[in-house]
Design a protein around this ligand. Structure first.
Ligand code: ATP
Ligand code: MG
Length: 252
């Protein structure tokens, strides 16, 4: 369970996130993080991942304040997939996922870097045929899927994904969201995912946090699963009363 309490983050003297309180975000649920360009979504994820120092506030994961942990200890619990794709190295996809699994000591299962488990993760993402391809010879979307494989194989407590669908075609976007929901439920993860597509957010996530640019942060979680697209609220509060439903994604 994730609880963000009075969190403030700044770049130098420029305050980006001010006194944000959000949550509790419950295990097993996918939460979309929505908002316009420059509103602070990536900044928040980096702060939660420990890549940015917070000015003040708490980030409680299962009751433990992440801001008090060393980067190494935090990395055992939190996996972060950045918005920009990392420069690809000359490593095979299979090897890169194995390195990610071995780098992790999250739990004994996560350390299992057996070929079968790696192929299984690649298979669930539909990229097992790329296992022996080199990372620096992949397309943008293929690299993004490999990044997701590297994140999923670590089975963290908190999974932070910054626009992981941005390079994917529409069919893959829905497939990946379904897979994330399944992994999140199965392993009791808390998954926070930055999205720009409101249809996908409405159809494929359990809750949403909305962020407004040039305003102090405020956010409220609420259900976003809906059988049809709903008009997005103009305030930072998510609309109450949306009913959960398994429905086809209107984007697909
Ligand atoms: N390293 C940095 N140093 C200073 N300011 C930064 C830095 N990174 C981001 N900012 C500023 O912080 C604000 C929030 O940026 P952030 O990247 O978090 O936005 P975002 O919501 O993720 O936007 P987008 O949807 O375009 O990815 C922006 O005004 C940006 O200019
Ligand atoms: Mg961003």
């Amino acid at each position: 369970m994730l609880q963000i309490q009075d969190l403030s983050v700044a770049y130098g003297r420029r305050s980006i996130i001010r006194d944000l309180t959000a949550g509790p975000l419950l295990p097993g649920r996918v939460v979309s993080l929505l908002g316009p360009n420059g509103s602070g979504k990536s900044t928040l994820l980096k702060a939660l991942a420990g890549l940015l120092k917070v000015e003040r506030g708490q980030v409680l994961l299962d009751g433990q304040d992440l801001t008090k942990l060393s980067f190494e200890r935090r990395a055992q619990r939190v996996v972060y997939l950045p918005q920009s794709l990392p420069a690809a190295v000359h490593l095979r996809v299979f090897e890169s996922v194995m390195v990610a699994a071995r780098a992790s000591d999250l739990d004994p299962r996560a350390q299992d870097a057996s070929p079968q488990r790696i192929l299984d993760v690649l298979g669930r993402l539909g990229i097992e045929h790329l296992a022996m391809h080199y990372l620096d010879q992949l397309s943008g979307g293929q690299k993004q899927l490999v990044g997701l494989a590297q994140a999923l194989i670590r089975t963290p407590r908190l999974l932070l994904l910054d626009e992981p669908l941005s390079a994917l075609d529409l069919n893959y976007q829905c497939h990946v969201m379904d897979l994330l929901a399944q992994e999140t439920r199965e392993h009791g993860l808390t998954t926070l995912i930055v999205l720009h597509d409101l249809n996908i957010a409405l159809q494929r996530s359990d809750e949403a946090l909305l962020i407004r640019a040039r305003a102090s942060w405020s956010a409220t979680a609420g259900r976003t699963r809906s059988s049809r697209p709903a008009p997005w609220p103009t305030s930072t509060r998510s609309r109450p009363g949306w009913k959960p439903a398994r429905a086809g994604c209107p984007t697909c």
